[in-house]
Write a protein of this length. Structure first.
Length: 100
């Protein structure tokens, strides 16, 4: 088989695959349209080169106004500093934690 003939066959195959890809793409788009708008994808925080995630945005404490890093930091702050706001819940939480 000559090189020109081999190239010609490869070009034909590529064209066939392009048409097949276009057909599949239009079928996918038609099916996605039946479900309404596609759900928005939430991207994870970008990783830094050293593997750490991006810094968390500051969140103000609703009780004292202190600024905390992220929602997890705010939750820890409220549990530790404002246990008087939720005395029954806090006491039951302490009892379950002590049993471990």
């Amino acid at each position: 088989m000559s090189i020109n003939k081999a190239l010609s066959e490869l070009y034909k195959e590529r064209d066939r695959l392009d048409k097949e890809r276009d057909r599949l793409t239009s079928a996918i788009e038609a099916l996605e349209g039946l479900n309404g708008p596609a759900p928005a994808k939430v991207k994870a925080a970008p990783k830094k080169k050293d593997g750490r995630s991006a810094p968390k945005p500051p969140v103000d404490c609703p009780f004292c106004g202190n600024e905390q890093k992220g929602m997890a930091g705010l939750a820890a702050h409220v549990r530790g500093s404002h246990d008087d706001k939720y005395p029954d819940d806090y006491e039951s939480w302490k009892l379950t934690r002590a049993s471990y």
